[in-house]
Write a protein that binds this ligand. Structure first.
Ligand code: ZN
Ligand code: ZN
Ligand code: FE
Length: 736
């Protein structure tokens, strides 16, 4: 019997070859009807013999194009219309826009083959792409995702490209960024002395790199600064010029085989490196590794990644060696996307650069991840992953905008039961970053035709995101920072019951006005109780001084000054008198109880380290020292009110071997989580930037598994502050 069915498909189904997929499928099964894009996804009406539909629907759900991600398919029966063939028809858009925007994608294997095939018309074409790969988010001005609404709009297709674009059987059917050497953007080499050329631009770039000089290269969501990764002098020049003392640089390799020449990688790490996202993956350097130490001073890992644009592939083929590829920016600011800004901001750092005239509309940095006990931990969720889209069951007519935290800023919007999180923006500490933050808000408003009716921000009164929120004259609510950390994970892992929420990070505004960051909450989706926390210490010099980690050790040990070892340690400070005064008179000495700072104190005592220059540095150094054969931990006293006393740990540390002290410190923290989980008989949810520490996570997982305690870590979101916007959104949705 002949029937007709209507399919409403939602998710990432636009700009990923979904209509040609439905078209090919319908043709395959001899079905008739049509398919088109709507503002919420894809709509298809299909007519044919009833018995064919089971197979058709199976494939529709299971054989989708590589970049598609179907959230829901709504199927209804309809009256017969007697179509005479199957067509892709013109898109229909209503006023509400809520299709998810696809993230940028790395070069696909078919395009890579064409890129290297001498007889293909796109042989060696540095901007080759198709429906299965290439830029998306980075080139979109507004939705619907049509060429006119992208930065490819100004390029007129040549007849050959146009024919491919209009042929539903072609891989480039409706590939909006489609282009070729005849009609596409032009790649150019520039040096800073005024020379530029579009003839063999990559050859000039290769020479620059081989000569040990520093260059910039336009990527997908911004520029990279690059130099020879085997040239120690070039790397130290780069450190000097960028004033970046120790923060590790990422390294771009031409192939997995090349990575394995220098690093020992696991199966999961290989899979992640090769995945479509092509993230930076933190991997272990080989014991004898030819990569210079100044790529990642004092740590045994490096961030490795593989080419994800055709330009990368061509460059690495020519160079035959790894290169440093670090985001082109001033530290903490967003990645640079235009050559004008590149020259103004980093003209003193680079000697030359390669650019092309396909503009980057929306910036995104590389995504970064690592593995702990086989579990992935995202350190940055950005290019290839974000904007990140969640379908929810919340029914709510409000349009909500969550503004996130201060560092590692992201924003989130809620619209028609969907939550979308922006890529990583940066630390909101500079004019540039705050501008980028505001630009991201505007972009999201445009994408989703969205004007918020409710704003959600952090409780911290002076975060730039909080101040922005207060200026808007829109109803707003604020959420405690660490509770937001836990809520983000609870939402992601679909946890609804009461849990032990362990939120550990560097800093966050506590309900009592002090700096929190070592929280054990008993909490559900609606409320939390701070059950245990670390005894507050005085942060001498305030939050601004957290780079001087030895002051934290000073502050913790000062009350023990009668102990000879402590007295000797305190006596070693040149500014001892000033610190004593600050401590005694409580001048600029806010109370702090964050675990991130305890890591700093441990690092200062164990390694005699005075200061750090980047986030998480102390933890990385302690990880290098960690000795798996040490199973001891420090004794810990918990007060009646749930306050964890730790001064004795640090006293003991003064007389211990570095490896023993570092290991005991990490063991103790992991064991505390397990002790409290056993006592409270609750599942454990872990969140906050401290859980980016691989060794701590591994130890915690080991102990929790041994006790058969159920636990949850962030999976596809990061433990750090980039997930605060999501947690804030979840809070708002549970309080409406
Ligand atoms: Zn492709
Ligand atoms: Zn063309
Ligand atoms: Fe935090």
């Amino acid at each position: 019997m002949k029937i007709c069915k209507i399919y409403e498909i939602e998710g990432i189904v636009q700009g990923v070859g979904f209509r040609p997929f439905v078209f090919a499928l319908a043709r395959k099964y001899g079905l008739r009807g049509f398919v088109f894009n709507t503002s919420s996804g894809v709509h298809a009406e299909v007519e044919g013999d009833e018995e064919i539909f089971a197979d058709f629907e199976f494939e529709l759900q299971n054989n989708t194009p590589p970049l598609a991600a179907v959230d829901t398919i709504n199927i209804t029966k309809s009256a017969l219309k007697n179509f005479d063939d199957f067509k892709i028809t013109k898109s229909e858009y209503s006023s509400s826009k809520n299709t998810s925007i696809s993230a940028d994608m790395s070069l696909c294997s078919e395009c890579e083959r064409e890129l290297r095939n001498k007889s293909n018309r796109r042989f060696g074409y540095p901007l080759i792409n198709c429906t299965n790969c290439g830029p998306r988010y980075s080139i979109i001005h507004t939705v619907p995702y049509d060429r006119v609404n992208t930065s490819m709009g100004k390029f007129k297709m040549c007849p050959k490209c146009e024919a491919e674009y209009n042929d539903p059987r072609n891989r480039r059917y409706h590939a909006q960024p489609i282009s070729c050497p005849e009609c596409g953007p032009v790649v150019k080499f520039y040096d800073l002395k005024g020379f530029s050329t579009d003839k063999n631009p990559l050859l000039y770039l290769v020479c620059t790199v081989k000569e040990g000089r520093i260059a910039a290269l336009k990527g997908m969501g911004g520029f990279h600064i690059i130099c020879d990764a085997l040239n120690e002098q070039a790397i130290s020049d780069l450190r000097e010029k960028k004033r970046r003392k120790t923060k590790p640089f990422a390294v771009l390799f031409s192939s997995l085989e090349m990575i394995k020449e220098y690093c020992d990688t696991t199966k999961e790490e290989d899979d992640a490196l090769l995945s479509q996202v092509r993230p930076i993956v933190l991997v272990k350097k080989k014991k004898k590794c030819e990569l210079p130490d100044n790529i990642a001073p004092n740590i045994d890992r490096i961030g490795a990644f593989l080419p994800y644009t055709p330009l990368h592939v061509l460059l690495l083929d020519m160079l035959e060696k790894p290169i440093i590829a670090t985001s082109a920016n001033i530290s903490g600011e967003p990645i640079i996307t235009s050559k004008e800004k590149l020259v103004t901001k980093l003209g003193g750092v680079i000697d030359a650069y390669v650019d092309f005239d396909r503009d980057i509309v929306n910036f995104s940095d590389d995504s970064v991840l690592q593995f702990a006990s086989g579990q992935s931990i995202f350190l940055r969720v950005s290019r290839g992953v974000a904007p990140k889209f969640f379908k929810t069951f919340y029914k709510c007519s409000e349009k909500i905008l969550a503004l996130g935290a201060h560092q590692k800023s992201t924003i989130a919007v809620f619209n028609d039961a969907n939550i979308t999180i922006s890529p990583y923006i940066g630390d909101l500490e500079s004019v540039e970053s705050i501008e980028a933050f505001e630009r991201s808000i505007d972009t999201f408003k445009k994408f989703y035709d969205f004007s918020p009716t409710l704003l959600v921000c952090d409780k911290h009164p002076s975060y730039a995101s909080t101040l922005w929120t207060k200026r808007q004259n829109i109803p707003m609510i604020s959420v405690q920072h660490h509770y937001a950390h836990i809520l983000a994970v609870m939402f992601e892992q679909n946890i609804k019951d009461e849990v032990l929420g362990v939120a550990w990070d560097g800093t966050g505004y506590g309900d009592d006005g002090s700096i929190w960051g070592g929280e054990f909450f008993i909490c559900g989706l609606k409320s939390y109780e701070r059950r245990y926390s670390f005894k507050p210490f005085k942060l001498l010099g305030g939050e601004a001084s957290i780079k001087n980690i030895d002051r934290i050790a000073f502050s913790i040990l000062y009350p023990q000054k009668d102990n000879p070892a402590a007295a000797a340690f305190l006596g070693g400070f040149t500014e001892k008198y000033l610190l004593e005064q600050a401590y005694e008179k409580e001048i600029n000495a806010p109370l702090c109880s964050s675990v991130g700072r305890l890591f700093d104190a441990a690092c200062a005592i164990i390694l005699k380290q005075k200061s750090v220059t980047y986030d998480g540095e102390s933890g990385l150094y302690l990880e290098v020292l960690y000795d798996k054969s040490v199973h001891e931990r420090y004794d810990t006293i918990i007060s009646e009110s749930g306050e964890i006393e730790y001064a004795d740990w640090f006293l003991e540390m003064l007389n211990e071997k570095p490896a023993v002290a570092a290991s005991k410190f990490i063991n103790t923290l992991a064991a505390l989580i397990v002790d409290f989980a056993k006592k409270e008989r609750k599942k454990v949810v872990l969140g906050g930037g401290v859980f980016q520490n691989r060794t701590l996570v591994e130890k915690t997982i080991e102990l929790l598994k041994k006790e058969r305690i159920e636990f949850f870590l962030p999976k596809n979101i990061s433990p750090n502050d980039s997930s605060i916007a999501l947690g804030q959104m979840v809070y708002a949705l549970n309080h409406l």
